[in-house]
Design a protein around this ligand. Sequence first.
Ligand code: MN
Length: 496
Amino acid sequence: MLNLKQFEIWFITGSQHLYGEETLRQVDAHSKIIAEFLDNAAPMPVRVVFKPVVKTPDEIYAICQEANVAPNCVGIVTWMHTFSPAKMWIRGLTILKKPLLHLHTQFNRDIPWGDIDMDFMNLNQSAHGDREFGFMVSRMRLNRKIVVGFWQEDAVVQKIAAWARVAVGAYELKTLKVVRFGDNMRQVAVTEGDKVAAEMTFGMSVNTHGIGDLVSVINQITDADVNQLVEEYADTYTLMDSLQKNGAQHSSLRDAARIELGMRAFLQDGGFGAFSDTFEDLHGMKQLPGIASQRLMADGYGFAGEGDWKTAAMVRILKVMAAGLPGGNSFMEDYTYHFDPANPLVLGSHMLEICPSIAAGKPSCEIHPLGIGGKEDPVRLVFNASAGPAINVSLIDMGNRFRLLVNEVEAVDVTEALPKLPVARALWKPMPDMATGCAAWILAGGAHHTVYSQNLTTEHIEDFADIFGVELVVIDRNTNLRQLKNELRWSETAFK
Ligand code: MN
């Protein structure tokens, strides 16, 4: 998918002229060593670019201005090795448009007990220099991520790397184009929302094309291209007998392939990174796109059903953030429950469209009737999602603001055969437990549609919410319903 190494975060060290040339030379050299270490650290998904130490309000303003317009710069990391009087930062921080991470570290891990003198004290001042900077950022009410610790420590590198992934996702979201094929499913509430507010808050544009625009592209796909894709299906998945070359429903597999090729061409030509469709608006299409949406998601496109453009955008962004990590991200729906007190579970699935990036094994390609939509039987990929920790993420429109919700879950292996269930599925236990987790989700107004992520964590979503200044509600091991009710009440005031 996306190679995140094309993006940069800039490592900017603040100081002042008070210390003389020799100290500033050392500050510069130390900063360069730290930036290069981070650049080469295995978990770092982007390039970390050293920038010369800034010492005056003009230099600070200039570097912020440069970062704002640098096309590959997704954020800046600041560190005050010495003391950098923070009124110098006001002008620069006022115009800064890129995400900010404040690294509170020190070049030396340990105090050199036997040798420490006033020269050492003069150079290693971040314990108070970073506090001066931190005051200014707080005084200006700017969101940032603060990472504390020795720069070579794995935990420190991991936190910066997580934020860097989110910064790339944020960068992507600012220019993301979401296309809706048809409108939202009629009468559904949570998939609605203010598309103008979404563009103002996140940058993404959300626009509709009539299904006929898509159908005309699908109808131009050549038989030769369909032949080739059908072969790829046969090579990649276990094809059900009736879908194979001389099978009774092979022509439906060809129809599905044609739909995929048409959608792919439409998305590429329009520069779209995410899309939604709805079973209520399929005029001129033979089937609801199943395998097409599944495979497009696996290739990094965002998707959500029933016109759910918010979830479609989030699927795309989480896929971008997670690029290169093992595991996957998918459109998901809390579908049905297992209320066995000894083993309560949520079965997550959708009519068809779950992304095979979360599959535990080789998906099987099947065709079955679909009760709604009034079209021919759709082709879909069927599989079990793999076990392990995961999160469900939902973006909802509360009318005066957007709210992000995260529920940490523990996915379990699907051990039952489910011979009559013709869709991909995941099974999980919500945190902190079934009753609390589900009640908390409903209290917070979480959608039935989510992005299900195997490889991102609450930390990523928290960084994301901070970058955009949107509300975040986390449902995890520590969630307590009475506290959550209060948090939601207080947020109502905080976001007024
Ligand atoms: Mn749905």
